[in-house]
Design a protein around this ligand. Sequence first.
Ligand code: NAD
Length: 348
Amino acid sequence: MPRSSAPPPAGRTRRPRVVLLPGDGVGPEIAAEARVVLGMLAPDVELEERPIGAAAIRATGDPLPEETLAACRAADAVLKGPVGDPEFDAADVRPEQGLLRLREALDAYANLRPAVSGDVDVLIVRELVGGLYFGARGVRDDGTVFDTCEYHPRLIERLVRRAFTLARSRRGQLTSVDKANVLETSRLWRRIVGEVAADYPDVRVEHMLVDNAAMQLAVAPQRFDVIATENMFGDILSDLAAAVTGGLGLAPSASLAEGGPGIFEPVHGSAPDIAGRGIANPAAMLRSLALLLEHALGRIEEARSLARAVEHALAAAPTPDLGGVSTTAELGAAVREQLALTVSKAPA
Ligand code: NAD
């Protein structure tokens, strides 16, 4: 997808741009921690803040205002808090529509969901803009309701290539998950994985049926490195992987585009039940920031330092969702303290 921003003038590099969308509920509380940490780890980044979701509906009537979308298109990455507010549950214009439109507008097709805990380190790479969730749907005259799963080979190939490239940068093992014993789209998927594999001879490939993959993830998650799969299978398997490795509350995600900005966001929602109390766990948001540093800005070292600092802070200053008593700000402070110890070039 072409970038809407003009390239920097020849011979000059512009500062990286990140748009922060705090979102709703606990979003602004956890976004505040991410803003400070980003300033600490990447002080050269230009940070712009824009509304999305319920906050944007209240301000403009639109969950994804034109100015917000334009800023996102022109950025190198989007760091997003959760959206959603019970006030709009029955409304025609809902906060979540802003997120779906943003994903579609940026063509953020590769959804990365890492699940890490102990000896488990799985990266699920889920196709995000095709398949059953986007196929033709409707109601027949006899009352039958249908959704269709459709995949153009191009959509599969770009996702699969991304997954192979990621596997190459990790432990070199790719599990392609499908339902090729039943579905045509899965047979196409399997064929394309086989073709693309020829370009990645250093990556070991296995094909696994989705029902078996679910079982293996539950009983032996440490056997996986990268899992590549289509939209709905990935939706379900990634929540299972998150549950196996500590719960949705801690899980980050990255939704990457081709050449354009990606969207980095926690998997959890806006947690209206605890919003405004300063006790939300900012870990998923900070881990999403680590993914942004790695995948959008190429700052691998800073990303790893942040991931380690979050791990450390979760043990040292857990929030109430983990059985602790720390506030959002206290966990954030513990992360920064740890970073100050480990990042050699941390600015004063
Ligand atoms: P939720 O994830 O917001 O909350 C589920 C439970 O987890 C709640 O008890 C909540 O307090 C807890 N929780 C979630 N995040 C937490 C955190 N960071 N720290 C501590 N506890 C946390 O799910 P829900 O209640 O089903 O959804 C609430 C709203 O969020 C809905 O409007 C939903 O549509 C929206 N939502 C948005 C996204 C997104 O923006 N990507 C994702 C999921 C849900």
